[in-house]
Design a protein around this ligand. Structure first.
Ligand SMILES: [Zn+2]
Ligand SMILES: [Zn+2]
Length: 420
């Protein structure tokens, strides 16, 4: 079977055609032998690729598909078949290497609330799906067009990967590329032994020797996002007041970076455990209930820069409201559902020239400045990591995020058997 450029279009057109004929269509994974006996037609998928589609009794005669006869080698991955279904360890086919991409052997991968959002259906992903978008590892293979990287290189990648050709990519802003790909969202992610990075020359980042895989896995999403939020819109100066709403992965990263830049930092969170972590990172930690009075008392005229790492109407409004005149708010937390149109105090925005910006990760082009601060010893990522778990437990950790108040503050990193 040849490979069309867009599998999902082919699959959905074929399914529509079959349904129009009044037949039963089952969407299933490859081991469900029983389905061969009850369905008229079958669609068997492997990570968005169509492997079999057609008349069930005939297919049953011809062959029984297993992962082993798809591509050759098998690797372990954590997969869910439908939104909200258990994410379980499974054997999957070794991924193909794109001509311009690379296959990475995953050594460590962060478990992030964004993975949970996709799993819960807040963001559409191709199904079945492998989560995971913040990883570090070693290149296993590169495509023929890749010039700057080779097998054996230690690398990481941002969670947004650019096409490398559009005006935004050419300007170094791959994080807002309209043709972006995101491992763990647009294609299979890093809760697996192997992950694919497309347009490798644009999107891979070589790891300095002194940076271990576990620390590097914490960079690709939350830390890079925090770094950009603190440096892209208003460069934080020593003695500035920075207020961070939400002391999870992004928030704790922001606190650490802001402190390293010399700012005075306030961390706001509902969770006592998260506040304790913020305090360990040398922030003044306050409860949500005390927000406006405590911040006014501490800062006098208000905050120079606020970051909402939670993503809610209430925290965004609070963060904008505690700015000093001319202050900058950076919205990092995703604003979902009703919060997508959350109100802001526009009168203050105009009269006090407050600035509000969104921030969406960081491109590989901006990594050197961040890596420089790390290798110079200004930032120690190990302080952010709350827990190390085996790679095969990454799905369980993601599903445990159903509990909205984190029992553990900080980043959970899943590490392969071969070590972080
Ligand atoms: Zn993430
Ligand atoms: Zn682009």
């Amino acid at each position: 079977m040849s490979t069309p450029s867009c599998w999902s279009d082919v699959i959905f057109e074929a399914i529509e055609r079959i349904r129009d004929e009044g037949a039963t269509v089952l969407l299933l994974e490859q081991h469900a032998l029983a389905a061969y006996e009850i369905a008229d037609y079958l669609y068997v998928s492997e990570f968005g690729k169509l492997n079999m589609l057609g008349d069930a009794p005939k297919l049953l005669e011809e062959s029984f598909v297993t992962a082993a006869n798809l591509e050759g080698h098998l690797v372990k991955a954590i997969v869910y078949d439908v939104v909200g279904a258990p994410a379980l360890v499974r054997d999957v086919a070794e991924p193909d290497c794109p001509e311009d991409g690379a296959v990475i052997t995953v050594r460590a991968t962060g478990v992030c609330r964004s993975d949970w959002h996709a799993w819960r259906g807040h963001e559409a992903v191709p199904l079945p799906h492998i989560p995971g978008h913040e990883f570090a590892g070693v290149i296993a293979a590169v495509g023929a067009q890749v010039r700057g990287f080779a097998p054996g290189d230690r690398v990481t990648a941002p969670f947004v990967n650019g096409c490398g050709r559009c005006e935004w990519c050419r300007a170094g802003d791959a994080q807002i590329c309209p043709n972006q790909t995101q491992p763990g969202f647009s294609h299979p992610g890093s809760f697996a032994e192997r992950v694919v990075v497309r347009v490798a020359d644009v999107n891979l980042v070589r790891l300095p020797d002194e940076l271990d895989f576990v620390s590097a896995a914490a960079l690709g999403c939350r830390f890079a996002t925090a770094f950009r939020a603190l440096t892209a819109y208003r460069r934080v100066e020593p003695e500035d007041w920075v207020v961070v709403f939400g002391c999870g992965g992004v928030g704790l990263s922001a606190i650490m970076i802001a402190r390293a830049l010399g700012a005075r930092v306030i961390g706001v969170d509902l969770s006592a455990a998260a506040r304790a972590r913020a305090a360990e990172l040398d922030a003044v930690a306050i409860d949500v209930a005390e927000t406006s009075t405590a911040i006014a008392e501490l800062t006098g005229a208000g905050a120079h820069l606020t970051i909402d790492a939670v993503g809610s109407a209430a925290t965004a409004l609070a963060a904008v409201s505690v700015l000093r005149r001319g202050g900058q708010h950076v919205q990092v937390g995703l604003m979902l559902d009703a919060d997508a149109l959350a109100p802001l105090p526009w009168e203050l925005l105009v009269a006090q020239e407050l600035r509000v910006a969104g921030s969406h990760g960081m491109s590989a082009a901006d990594y050197p400045a961040m890596l420089g601060m790390i290798t110079d010893g200004l930032l120690d990522l190990r302080g952010l990591i709350a827990e190390r778990i085996p790679l095969q437990k990454a799905g369980t950790a993601m599903m445990a995020m159903d509990n909205p108040v984190a029992t553990r503050a900080g980043i959970t990193v899943a590490v392969s058997d071969t070590g972080g």
